[in-house]
Design a protein around this ligand. Structure first.
Ligand code: CMP
Ligand code: MG
Length: 414
């Protein structure tokens, strides 16, 4: 693999770059001390000594101009190299006023540096420990590096969790869940890396990779269904997508291309979108969802009940399924309140003519309760955990459709 490792060891005395050079990277100091200096009236003027947690070399990257100063390692240093791209897409996404403020600040600093010709005795030494905000930003930037390596190395695995028709007990589909198969840390759950991926463009690459896997796996999964058709439906795959994916103008075409390549029709795909992602860019999202619906792609609102979507907008968007968040389902048995929320969501969905998937079904009681309340579909550990493709294929072959409702009627009348 020809990728460069972003961590660098720099020996004491090494010049990282000189004033006037073209800038390609910025750097974060993991350890050591770096001096920033300029050459004025034939004298070297030190303007700052930077230590752990500080960033330098960002000005040339952000303003796409020459280096404003020279950077020299005063001690042996460990640096994290930051790519221009990590700044550029954030600058593009930035509020225009803030962008203008940053530009003004940078050009002022450049002018001040140009006018420096008196030698300060001692440039400031780094005193205060790096602020929490800097550490958070560095954690994000390090994770982005690891994630782009993971994308290039294809370290993402897709696990399939069964979704079941509650009335018949037939297997109806699978939610495709991405896991990061980290070479050192093992399987990492999406909660630990998707938020970071979402804040950068990397989420698009991850979605593309999962989409590729799903479109490859679906023909095999469906073939297996044909051999057990009295117990399973022709399964669909449900993919989680973000506002950023939906904002990609080519998203529908990309899905179509993947599916055509593997001889699959796009009606085998369902997309899960959270309320907040749906509401992010309402107009564009609505257009994209309509295009996807025309391709036969189903659209499910994910984690319903936890977001802040406007009922009016929900009713207008081309939604085909509603997924009740597992927090309500998990608490149903003990909390009247949660049961009432579940019932209210079921009634609302019924009014809108949208079928419901209840997430987080863990017990037979949950399944029976929801089936009696005419909830169409269910998902959760009671029916099965997310499993790799091979196990999903076995699950299809061995699935036995057991309706939960007759026992309930029996139990009640007994
Ligand atoms: P850049 O212009 O890319 O290269 C030189 C870097 O020195 C610059 O980005 C900043 O990161 C840093 N720098 C310039 N002026 C100062 C200053 N007054 N204090 C601290 N760092 C500075
Ligand atoms: Mg989901």
């Amino acid at each position: 693999m020809s990728r460069q490792i972003p961590f660098m060891k720099v020996p004491r005395g090494e010049v990282l770059f000189r004033e006037g050079d073209a800038g390609q990277h910025a750097y974060a100091i993991e350890s050591g001390l770096v001096q920033i200096c300029v050459e004025r009236s034939g004298k070297r003027v030190a303007v700052a000594n930077l230590g752990k947690g500080e960033i330098f070399g960002e000005m040339a990257i952000i303003s796409e101009g020459p280096r404003s100063a020279t950077a020299v390692a005063l001690e042996d240093c460990q640096l994290l190299r930051l790519e221009a791209q990590q700044f550029h897409h954030r600058m593009e996404a930035m509020d225009p006023v803030m962008r203008m403020v940053v530009d003004v600040m940078l050009s002022r600093l450049r002018r001040t540096l140009e006018q420096l010709d008196s030698l300060p005795e001692n440039p400031r030494m780094p005193e205060e420990p790096p602020a929490e905000l800097v550490e958070q930003a560095l954690t994000q930037l390090r994770l982005e590096h690891e994630l782009s390596d993971a994308i290039a190395d294809e370290q993402f695995a897709v696990f399939y969790q069964p979704i079941v028709c509650l009335a018949s007990g037939k297997l109806a589909g699978f939610e495709a869940l991405v896991r990061w198969n980290h070479p050192r840390r093992g399987m990492i759950s999406p909660d630990s890396f998707l938020p970071a991926a979402e804040r950068s463009d990397l989420i698009l690459e991850i979605t593309k990779s999962v989409l590729g896997t799903i479109s490859r796996d679906l023909p095999e999964l469906r073939m297996r269904c044909l051999k057990n058709i009295e117990n399973v439906k022709l399964v669909y795959a449900s993919l989680n997508v973000t506002a950023r994916d939906l904002a990609d103008a080519q998203f529908a075409e990309k899905i179509e291309a993947h599916f055509v390549e593997h001889g699959m029709t796009t009606d085998a795909l369902r997309l899960e979108v959270t309320e907040s992602s749906l509401m992010a860019n309402l107009e564009e999202t609505d257009l994209m969802l309509s295009r996807l619906r025309r391709l036969g792609v189903g659209i499910a609102i994910d984690d319903f009940g936890t977001g802040y979507s406007s009922m009016n907008h929900l009713a207008q968007l081309p939604i085909s399924t509603l997924k009740i968040d597992k927090s309500f389902v998990a608490a149903m048995n003990e909390s009247d309140q949660s049961r009432k929320i579940v019932n209210a969501i079921l009634r609302l969905a019924k009014e809108l003519g949208i079928p419901v998937v209840a997430e987080g079904i863990e017990t037979k009681w949950d399944a029976r309760y929801l089936a009696r309340e005419a909830c169409e579909f269910g998902q959760g550990y009671f029916y099965g955990k997310p499993v790799p493709l091979e196990a999903a294929l076995k699950l299809i072959a061995n699935w036995r459709a057991k309706p939960v409702l007759p026992q309930l009627v029996h139990a009640k009348s007994a």
